[in-house]
Design a protein around this ligand. Structure first.
Ligand code: ADP
Length: 171
């Protein structure tokens, strides 16, 4: 069974098999987690993202999907890029957000990863309310069978850490 752990810190400093990136559909870089991963991971990651776009993701990666690249200079073997949905007040996109975690776990399994670090996908620039983002993240990882020994949520801000703690306590 996958153990869910919580850490307050920077996802780019995690020594794990796979680091999950809160990417955008273009896969060509952005702010937040994405910016930090490309800054710290070096140009090799972006080069692989460009190659993926050219080969099979001409229109980019859809929200809820996930794809892997090298982790470049990061202390991990792979980066799994997933695209969270932008939060909407008029449309329920929580199935897409849950899919980010399920698909990332599926890709992690394919790679043979045993440890993975996840950010709070969609809870930054994409505007998802933190409590709800945490609940969806924790419930989905808890409910999805995978070969991971550890699924580590890495939270940057204190309020994110508290939200994830509450979500784990509610399982
Ligand atoms: P999205 O575009 O999917 O909303 P963001 O990268 O903007 O993704 O933010 C997702 C969450 O990750 C936010 O809670 C943000 O504070 C947090 N975050 C930003 N940088 C890092 C980092 N280096 N490590 C871990 N979490 C981070």
């Amino acid at each position: 069974m996958t153990r869910i752990t919580l850490v307050r810190g920077d996802i780019t400093e995690q020594h794990v098999d796979a680091i999950v990136n809160a990417a955008n559909s273009s896969l060509l870089g952005g702010g937040g987690v994405d910016g930090a991963i490309h800054r710290r991971g070096g140009p090799e990651i972006l080069a692989e993202c460009r190659a993926l776009r050219a080969a099979k993701l001409g229109r980019g990666l859809r929200p809820g999907a996930a794809v892997a690249t090298t982790a470049g200079l990061l202390p991990a073997r792979w980066v799994i890029h997933t695209v969270g949905p932008v939060y909407s007040h008029t449309e329920d996109r929580s199935a897409q957000l849950a899919s980010c975690y399920r698909e990332s776990l599926r890709v992690a399994d394919e790679l043979g990863a045993t440890t993975a670090a996840f950010p709070a996908v969609s809870a930054g620039v994409y505007g998802w309310p933190m409590e709800d983002a945490a609940r969806i993240a924790v419930e989905t990882v808890h409910a999805t069978p995978s070969g991971l020994e550890e699924a580590r949520f890495v939270l940057f801000e204190a309020r994110a850490y508290i939200a994830f703690e509450n979500a784990v306590a509610a399982l």
